[in-house]
Write a protein that binds this ligand. Structure first.
Ligand code: FAD
Length: 292
């Protein structure tokens, strides 16, 4: 099932994200965690590619497993920046052969050792190059792209970032998923600006439940997200008490989702990070709203 056909207009729907294991030995525990999340019957599940500590090797295995065992539509992530055309074309063939219709097309982070390299000879410089490749392989793929309410860290300014985003969408993105954010007003402002720039595809906000204090630093480093005072106070108060921090972090994420829905945003992606208990708690916090 294509994600674009699952986008709801009136009722709230949640999707969850998982990441593949780092090594073969971690495969079974990730598989179990993803299956527990799949049992919650989210609108879809996404499986990252090499991000969040997982490696690219298992993305497709995990995605196929979710789809085949639980009938949950899956979104397989794919990055391109340090890959050759040959590798990417093979990956696309593998995705197609496994019956996965949805691909999140990403550039990926530039490896630190290549930051100052001459990029002129690279097969893929930006996500837009991968989108073109996917479209050429199968015009029927449903393609997602990443977007950044607080701008991508490499962008000079938001205007330029949104222009690049428009090019990416025009190349064939069917929908966009946002980087995490902790202040919904940043998202509303971003949506206003991208709509003004002529980007009309659905945007699925990405919400990261912060469930322990160590995650905060990592999340800021990864995303450059702004932490509102309300969130900082919560970490100050509960950071040293793991159970309380988890409860408060889940409550904060739940509250963000309720506010998004109250502002007519119906599809929300939760960065559930292989934590079935977190996914389950968010879903149960919203049970009456979701009708589940
Ligand atoms: P792009 O869209 O290519 O943009 C990267 C930068 O280049 C931006 O600053 C953009 O403005 C600029 N740009 C774009 N096109 C041009 C152009 N033609 N000329 C000049 N500048 C240009 N990483 C992983 O490794 N695995 C994952 O599974 C993963 N999943 C993600 C999911 C989401 C929803 C998000 C938000 C991020 C994810 N990431 C993942 C991280 C992502 O790979 C990084 O943020 C990466 O740095 C940028 O990827 P992109 O696809 O957004 O790049």
């Amino acid at each position: 099932m294509k994600i674009i056909d699952l986008i709801t207009k009136d009722t709230l729907s949640l999707s969850f994200e998982v990441f593949p294991p780092k090594t073969e030995s971690g495969f079974e525990s990730v598989k179990t965690a993803t299956e527990e999340i799949a049992r919650l019957k989210p609108a879809f599940m996404s499986v990252t590619y090499g991000a969040g500590g997982g490696t690219s090797r298992y993305t497709l295995d995990i995605a196929k497993n979710i789809k085949e065992l639980y009938g949950v539509p899956t979104l397989a992530h794919l990055t391109c920046v340090s890959s050759t055309k040959e590798t990417v074309r093979q990956k696309i063939k593998d995705i197609k052969a496994s019956g996965i219709e949805n691909v999140m097309a990403l550039r990926g982070d530039i490896p630190p050792e290549l930051e100052n390299a001459d990029r002129s000879g690279w097969d893929y410089k930006y996500a837009v190059d991968l989108i073109a490749e996917l479209k050429a392989a199968d015009a029927d793929f449903c393609i997602g792209g990443a977007c950044y309410p607080e701008i991508h860290p490499e962008s000079i300014n938001q205007k330029e970032d949104i222009q690049r985003l428009k090019e990416k969408v025009d190349a064939g993105c069917d929908f966009l998923t946002t980087q995490m954010f902790f202040d919904n007003n940043l998202l509303y402002n971003f949506l206003y600006k991208i709509r003004e720039a002529g980007i009309t595809v659905p945007v699925i906000p990405g919400i990261m439940p912060i469930t322990n204090a160590n995650q905060v630093e990592r999340a800021i480093k990864l995303s450059g997200s702004f932490m509102p005072q309300r969130f900082k106070s919560l970490v100050d108060k509960f950071g040293s008490d793991p159970a309380a921090m988890k409860q408060a972090g889940i409550a904060y994420a739940t509250d963000q989702i309720i506010d998004l829905y109250a502002n007519n945003i119906t599809n929300v992606h939760v960065y559930s990070m292989n934590k079935p208990d977190v996914a389950e708690k968010i879903q149960s916090n919203l049970s009456d709203i979701l009708g589940k």
